[in-house]
Design a protein around this ligand. Structure first.
Ligand code: ATP
Ligand code: FE
Ligand code: MG
Length: 332
């Protein structure tokens, strides 16, 4: 089966063709980061306009790269949510128009299911499986007992991990998106500041990062008043140590408690070198295999949407011409 995937939920216009849910034939991503940088974050109106301008070109490029044509395509998968509504609509409307014009089945995909299925482009899933999703908008632990079934066993109660990275980066006057910059600085610094860890209730797999973010702001502010200056590298390292400690510890605990056969990591923060190293160290002590996707599959792309869409398609899930963008779509 050949599935065409379309992703426009945020600031990446992406189209990909995937064979049998696992083999990437093309994966074209037009990033808008440069256009949003000077605003320090994604501007929704600008994102929508870029998607409109880019989508046809990206689609054409995806076909060129794959060497296929429309006759080969079995279905069109598109991100229906969550994300920016105006951005999502460009992809959803393009997918609907193409499905109608080419007479292809249409399959709506949850963006986070996509991030999870990015891993299946590397290795086959083994169930039950635990997914740690850490991205710009999500921090979740998801238990999967079979393909296409998602049980959220923990989630953030306030900021997402990526969001916390971006906000702290802004305080340190680092360019957007800040995650990679903090990661780089952290490697050169020492975690000399003891920032709080939000463990929450004993049996909870939920997360919270807004307290940590405030603690970093206060620390910088108070230090300035007292005439103390911390090295940027040390602030980055201390902040990152707190984030990673909680993420890795809760992931390990959830994996043991649910007796999973595989742990996968998904989302943009999965690119974080410190997080990768800590998870690898922790899971090396267990018999549970840990899978972290290569960097190009961590951030938004359409191959992951085609991969998740393949499962929906195989399970007979179809969307109609009434498919709508849903910015707060739930994962289930
Ligand atoms: P969502 O998938 O929840 O809708 P999103 O699409 O914005 O959100 P992604 O594209 O998956 O999120 O990831 C982007 C986020 O990942 C940003 O917050 C960015 O700072 C963060 N990020 C990227 N690389 C790193 C890194 N090396 N360390 C920490 N964070 C990182
Ligand atoms: Fe994403
Ligand atoms: Mg993004």
């Amino acid at each position: 089966k050949y599935i065409l995937g379309i992703e426009t939920s945020c600031d990446e216009t992406a189209v990909s063709i995937v064979k049998n849910g696992r083999e990437v034939l093309s994966n074209v991503v037009a990033s808008q980061i440069e256009s949003h940088k000077r605003f320090g974050g994604v501007v929704p109106e600008i994102a929508s306009r870029h998607h409109v301008e880019q989508i046809t070109l990206v689609l054409e490029e995806a076909f060129n790269e794959s060497g296929l044509d429309w006759d080969d395509i079995d279905a069109i998968a598109v991100t229906e949510g969550p994300g920016l509504v105006g951005a999502l609509l460009i992809g959803v409307n393009a997918a609907k128009a193409l499905a109608f014009a080419k007479g292809k089945p249409l399959v709506g995909v949850h963006h986070i299911a996509g991030h999870i299925y990015a891993n299946r482009l590397e290795e086959e899933f083994q169930f039950p499986l635990l997914a740690l999703i850490v991205s710009g908008g999500h921090t979740e632990l998801v238990l999967m007992k079979e393909h296409g079934s998602y049980e959220v066993i923990g989630e953030t109660r306030d900021d997402a991990a990526g969001e916390a990275y971006d906000k702290v980066a802004r305080m340190l006057n680092l360019p957007y998106p800040g995650g990679p910059h903090i990661d780089r600085l952290a490697a050169e610094g020492d975690a000399v500041i003891d920032f709080p860890r939000a463990w929450l209730e004993e049996d909870s797999f939920d997360f919270s990062f807004s307290g940590l973010k405030s603690a970093v702001i206060n620390k910088i502010h108070n230090a300035k008043q007292k005439g103390i200056t911390f090295k940027q590298e040390d602030i980055a390292a201390s902040f990152q140590a707190s984030v990673i400690d909680v993420l890795a510890t809760k992931t390990l605990k959830a994996a043991m408690q649910h007796n999973v056969k595989q742990v996968i990591v998904a989302g943009g923060v999965a690119a974080n070198k410190g997080l990768r190293a800590e998870l690898e160290a922790k899971f090396k002590e267990t018999t549970i295999p840990l899978l972290i996707p290569p960097l190009r599959l961590c951030t938004d792309n359409a191959a992951m949407i085609a991969a998740a869409g393949t499962i929906n398609y195989e399970q007979g899930k179809r969307s109609g011409m009434d498919l709508n963008a849903n910015p707060s779509l739930l994962l289930r």
